[in-house]
Design a protein around this ligand. Sequence first.
Ligand code: ZN
Length: 299
Amino acid sequence: VTTLHRATAPPTEAERVKWRIGDVTVTRLVEQVLVWDGRMILPDAEPARLSGMSWLFPHFVDEKGRMKLNIQAFVVEAGSVKILVDTCVGNLKEGRALPEWNNLQTRFLTDMEEEGFAADDIDFVLCTHLHSDHVGWNTKLVDGVWRPTFPKARYLMDRTEFEYWRDQRERAQGAIVFADSVQPVFEAGLIDLVGSDHEVCEGVRLAPTPGHTPGHVSVFIESKGEAAIITGDFIHHPCQLSHPEWGSPSDIAHEQAVRTRETAFRNLSGKKVLMIGTHFSGPTAGYVREGEGAYYLSI
Ligand SMILES: [Zn+2]
């Protein structure tokens, strides 16, 4: 039996995090801090196996060997441009595969404002892929109707990704998510369909990382000789650095997802490229390093 435990405490002050990459600033916005009992995300990541990976403790695995995973977004500020990367689960959504994600009422928008980002400040909303925990705040419920939460933004989505979910609408879950979190934005004329290597602005571009979903993209940041990558879900949890072959049941193309991870880890290993994990808990970011024949995250 798989159970999702909601952490009793909200994100603490210590969990307010910003990173600087050259002239670019990335701010983390945590929607939910979760501990996963069971292996619905990564069936291979059994507590006994995670216990043997000491570098995961205490930030990424709790004392019972359960995976910690945040649901979070990032605001990337490059010059005057503000980009919101992924939009979490959102409030008052229904019909989600995880019942715990139905009818959420979090402080996400308020927290975002307290961090200095009003909804109207956002220039671009960028979805790494169109799963429910990455598109939720694309829309909010206003008088019973789903409206774009960021009406002054252009919403960027990979063309392949958009068309996949638009055309797979007989899949109940995908159809529900598309209908309440993507379609209203499309109908408002706010979506730009882009290529998987699209340059958003100077210093920020997409990088194709397919497998988890067909048009999955990551976000590559480069400024003044420094670099970072916001992963999206090509990796869910740092334990996959040591085991790139550990896939998620939600990976649509397993073999491709494994190849994407292996290639990315090889390319990032030993480099001064900060890996910002979209679902990574605790410090959320680190550098890919290799030791004893396996990769790990150095924080
Ligand atoms: Zn996700």
